[in-house]
Design a binder for this molecule. Structure first.
Ligand SMILES: [Zn+2]
Length: 295
């Protein structure tokens, strides 16, 4: 069923640090108590070498938030639960379903977090692209020390940290073949990040990682058949009851009364609608209310 693309959503986001932000470069440090405190860099064909926010680091943070939210609900009759994150844990979705062949069973018996972000046997539905600077990012060098967790004494340092303090990064959150509750949870995560409840990168306990999240534009594409501008449809609206049962898709499969798009065009079999930030916030409220309220 999921070889067909039924719906897809692309949210263009701007992330701007509200204070110190440090996404550490990966790799193995020679001295584990002195990690590499440089901001991660990439090579961009036009901008040259630049600091950036890897999509994988945002995915990790948002996945963690979604898991926590799901564990507070913990309803295993539904999507509203999260498995133990470690793939080696016997109860994790990856481990429980490792011998399973049927893709509908794997999807249907994976937890809410794995249905969105995937596991070793299941491709995720959501992904963040890398976030690149859209203007000059102001960086500073700060000095820090590592505090020993046991003795509370200074363990190592001082060491240098390269932090971003101002500027804007741009990238996308992309979803494909999604259920509406998945979009509701992701909208909630973006909201939490913008409110400073969900921090990004290194030093969350030192007050690092508070970012402003701006939704610049949202593009929704879905199969044109049966499309109506004020209705958003999840995966269950495009398939029949047998698939809703076998994949255990959860409603609502349609939400009516959604805001009017700024632009509508038909592209082949698909209709493409573009929304500005105001319309998105209205849509996000509907999604959160209708998909996340305890049923
Ligand atoms: Zn899981």
């Amino acid at each position: 069923m999921h070889k067909t693309r039924y719906n897809a959503l692309r949210i263009k986001l701007h992330l701007s640090p509200r204070g110190p932000l440090l996404i550490k470069a990966g790799g193995i440090s020679a001295n584990p108590t002195l990690p590499d405190m440089q901001f991660v860099r990439t090579f961009h064909p036009e901008k040259g070498e630049t600091i950036y926010i890897p999509g994988s680091s945002l995915k990790g943070v948002v996945r963690g938030f979604v898991e926590k939210a799901l564990r507070t609900i913990d309803n295993q009759q539904s999507w509203q639960w999260a498995c133990p994150t470690f793939p080696d844990d016997k109860a994790s979705c990856a481990k429980r379903l490792q011998e399973e062949e049927k893709s509908s069973y794997i999807y249907g018996h994976s937890c809410g977090a794995c249905r969105i972000f995937g596991h070793t046997r299941l491709k995720g539905r959501a992904a963040f692209t890398d976030f690149l600077p859209v203007n000059d990012i102001k960086t500073e060098i700060r000095y820090g020390v590592a505090i020993s967790r046991l003795s509370h004494a200074v363990g190592a340092g001082p060491f240098e940290m390269e932090i971003a303090v101002a500027g804007t990064f741009e990238g996308h959150l992309i979803l494909e073949n999604f259920e509406l509750w998945q979009l509701g949870l992701l909208a909630l995560a973006l909201e939490a990040m913008n409110q400073g409840l969900l921090k990004v990168g290194f030093g969350k306990n030192r007050g690092f990682g508070d970012v402003k999240v701006e939704v610049v534009e949202v593009t929704l594409e879905e199969l044109a058949y049966g499309a109506q501008d004020a209705v958003w449809r999840g995966l269950g609206a495009f398939v029949g009851d047998p698939e809703i049962q076998s994949y255990r898709l959860f409603g609502p499969h349609r939400i009516e009364g959604m805001p009017a798009p700024e632009q509508v065009e038909t592209v082949g079999f698909y209709v493409r609608r573009v929304y500005g930030p105001g319309a998105w916030h209205q849509a996000a409220r509907h999604l959160m209310e209708l998909t996340l309220l305890p049923s």
